[in-house]
Design a binder for this molecule. Structure first.
Ligand code: FES
Length: 428
């Protein structure tokens, strides 16, 4: 069985609050269980960027969907997930159907998390990756240091509002200014994923330090946000994927190695989202093509899509069907490559490892390692962040263009905000 327990993660990662790995500010928080540690706020010095001439400190905020760290958190996680019309559009009945579906699915999903070791490792990996990236950035860019790591999940702790309160507690915003970079951990942009996280960040920004918070249209001393909104073909990301594939290819006999089929697998989307004009399928294809180019097109390959939910049409072909069909035809050597997530999560540890690979029942069907703690990948994150800060852009030009079929006022407002005063006129 190919199942890899999250407990295989090195101990120092699980114990991410180890004193040597923790910045002085965070060290005082060791032993706490959540971001809600405002009683420690007095120990944190205020933002001093103007006084010192330095551009730092800089808050680096990783955005991702998150996952329940324990089985007890599953129902809340699913409730938030099915309530999000950006991710799973259920129309006018969303607020009624969402909780209903969440409640019905909870026992089954709890069992799945139980089968992968009792919870999702995504929080541990995200916090580790962000802290390690910040350490690199402190060396690479002293003028924007210190870089402070934060994680904001869309459907599980730490939620966006919790992260925002932590920024305040650490001396950002609330009249003190400071810079924060929202760094999506979905390499390929979708309005269902990064778009949803940005909508949420914009919502909480307005509630906590925008006009809704204090009545002022443009209050002084708010956090200055910029966004890294997509990076589907960044060379460091491509290199990390390619190295993981090469490592798995080496486990096949040399004479058969070039015949192994590479099956890139990404989370699927409802066709209603694809047909609205969502950029995700094209960006995932860009990642796949860049990885294959780096590998010199050494092997046959396909891109397929996983994790369809419900009876409606979703983007295919489905990964499970693809594996079964290829194995039936005699392609029994296959490597599954999770290409749209930056760490292990239930779709790799359960769906690919415990369902798809076990159903294939062929020892030649394997999976490339997820990016997790890969140092090439973490260096890529630091390179990306530094390129972003050096460029001085608030977001990519691509973020300013709405989907052809978008009718959402929330998207419009969010994009105008992140485009900034200079570029808000581009958002139509
Ligand atoms: Fe894509 Fe609104 S749905 S920009």
């Amino acid at each position: 069985m190919s199942f890899r327990s999250p407990f295989a993660i090195p101990r120092h990662i699980w114990n991410s609050a180890a004193p040597s790995a923790v910045r002085p500010v965070a060290r005082s928080l060791v032993g706490c269980t959540s971001y809600q540690r405002s009683r420690f706020a007095t120990a944190v010095p205020p933002v001093t960027q103007d006084a010192t001439g330095s551009k730092g400190p800089t808050a680096m905020v990783f955005l991702n969907m998150g996952g329940p760290s324990t089985t007890d958190e599953v129902e809340d996680f699913l409730s938030r997930l099915f309530a999000d019309g950006d991710l799973i559009p259920l129309g006018r009945l969303q607020s009624y159907l969402g909780p209903l579906i969440a409640r019905r699915r909870t026992p089954k999903i709890q069992q799945q998390y139980s089968d992968i070791g009792g919870g999702s490792p995504i929080r541990k990996w995200s916090e580790y990756q962000c802290k390690e990236m910040c350490k690199l950035l402190d060396k690479m860019s002293p003028e924007t240091a210190p870089h402070k790591p934060y994680v904001a999940f869309r459907y599980a702790a730490p939620l966006t509002e919790t992260m925002y309160e932590q920024l305040f507690a650490d001396g950002f915003g609330n009249g003190k200014g400071g810079r924060a970079v929202a760094f999506t951990q979905y390499p390929q942009y979708s309005c269902s994923t990064t778009g949803s996280s940005l909508n949420e960040l914009w919502k909480w920004r307005n509630r906590l330090e925008g006009k809704r918070a204090n009545g002022e249209a443009d209050p002084a001393g708010t956090i200055q946000w910029s966004v890294i909104d997509r990076w589907p073909s960044h060379p460091g990301l491509i290199e990390a994927f390619a190295q993981n594939i090469e490592a798995q290819l080496k486990t096949y006999p040399a004479e058969k190695r070039n015949e192994v089929v590479l099956l890139f697998s990404a989370h699927s989307l409802p066709m209603s989202v694809v047909n609205r004009g969502d950029p995700y399928p094209a960006e995932v294809a860009a990642t796949v093509h860049a990885v294959m180019q780096r590998l010199g097109f050494s092997n046959p390959y396909r891109l397929c899509w996983q994790s369809k939910v419900g009876p409606k049409a979703w983007l295919g072909a489905q990964t499970s069907d693809t594996v079964q069909e290829y194995v039936k035809r005699g392609h029994t050597d296959l490597i599954l490559v999770p290409v749209a997530f930056t760490s292990d999560h239930i779709e790799t540890l359960y769906e690919l490892d415990l369902e798809v690979m076990e159903e294939a029942n062929s020892p030649g069907v394997k999976r490339a390692e997820s990016l997790n703690g890969n140092p090439v990948f973490i260096q890529a994150l630091a390179d990306l962040a530094l390129e972003h800060m050096n460029k001085g852009e608030l977001c990519s030009r691509q973020l300013t263009l709405r989907c052809q079929g978008c009718t959402s006022e929330r998207c419009l407002g969010q994009k105008k905000f992140f485009a900034g005063k200079e570029n808000e006129a581009l958002v139509l």
